[in-house]
Design a binder for this molecule. Sequence first.
Ligand SMILES: Cc1cc2nc3c(=O)[nH]c(=O)nc-3n(C[C@H](O)[C@H](O)[C@H](O)COP(=O)(O)OP(=O)(O)OC[C@H]3O[C@@H](n4cnc5c(N)ncnc54)[C@H](O)[C@@H]3O)c2cc1C
Length: 374
Amino acid sequence: MILCFYQLSRMMIPEKAKKIECDVLVVGAGPAGSSAAFFSELLDEDDKHEVCLIERLDNQKYLNYHEMCGEGVSADLFRDISPIKPSCIIEKIRKVREYWPGDIEIKTTMNGYIIDRPLFLKGIVDQYIKLGGKYIQNSFVDFIEKEGEIKVKLSDGEFVKTKYLIAADGANSLIRKKLGIKGRVKPFIQYVVDKEPEHDTLIFEYDEKWKGDYKWEFPHGETTKVGFPFLKHSDSEEIEGTILAKQTRMVGFGGVENNVHGNILMVGDAACHSNPLTKGGIRPGMVSGKMAAEAIINDNPLEYDKKWKKSDFASPLFLKAFNMLKEMDNHELARHIRPFRKGFNVFSTIKSLLFYRKYLEVYKAYYLSNRVGW
Ligand SMILES: Cc1cc2nc3c(=O)[nH]c(=O)nc-3n(C[C@H](O)[C@H](O)[C@H](O)COP(=O)(O)OP(=O)(O)OC[C@H]3O[C@@H](n4cnc5c(N)ncnc54)[C@H](O)[C@@H]3O)c2cc1C
């Protein structure tokens, strides 16, 4: 039994409070929660489960929140979350350009998209509702778990009784905090700039000042989204062009020890599922949401924890590599990437294995992030 911050007595349901009952309650309609809710309905072929999705933000606030993102995904995402198809596409991505210290420029290819993320997510939530799912606009406040049942308190005093609770409430997850689990979170800042973007290309710039991360420039229609880790120095000096909007949000990365606690399943940034190297979190969030739904359909929540930990998304190599990069100065950043300055091919791989073994774990993480990083 897990007792939260609220004492049992404070959780007594007031006589007049409206009671909602369901089998699966998903908190948060971001990439992870919308996927969890959609697949919980879709895979429930015998219609055994009542699914309920709650989201604290209403229309415009919801759009604003989910717009705070580079909105870049790989085409592989849609293989993982089939039958959800690519939609709301702003731009097709074909190229990646990386700038490293020492004037090293690396050009590679990528099959991906910039999506209109808020509309894409809304589309999934609409499909979920069409399948019979319930959507409630409200905030999760607290919960108590007792004898196989979870009682959730919402901000307006309503209560929801559920068997399973899926925590998809983002990097600052209240559910994760109430479970007493610490998460690895980091703030990022992004500017929408009135500057013609380099279409079909994702640009990354590495430097010691980004402490293992990078500065990005992603195309977004006629504008460019420029972002980097939120540091104390005067960040807007990094921006060329007129700033149209400034956006700041946390990213949860590097995982948690256990994704499942009794009948509570944490997914997406609530479980710190963003990739430690790329900080891409849409795909891991949507994949973990789907895995959690599958495990619940099988009435075996721990199946989700096992499957996630076995997947490449959860490889400990990513965090190891990030921690190594964080410690590198510009000289070392240039040195470690030198074998790949003419691209990633057989020769550069052999060279890196022969002369740069010190960075082997970083190289392995790069290889893996090409498959599951976005
Ligand atoms: C600046 C920036 C740029 C990024 N760019 C990219 C990118 O290009 N590609 C990529 O793959 N990833 C990117 N990411 C990472 C990505 O945005 C996150 O990893 C992703 O949003 C995680 O999805 P999520 O569903 O777990 O959480 P979130 O997207 O944070 O969604 C959580 C939802 O839960 C709701 N919620 C929170 N608390 C409550 C509550 N108490 N009750 C009810 N509802 C609640 C929120 O309102 C929200 O709708 C970026 C992140 C940042 C900060």
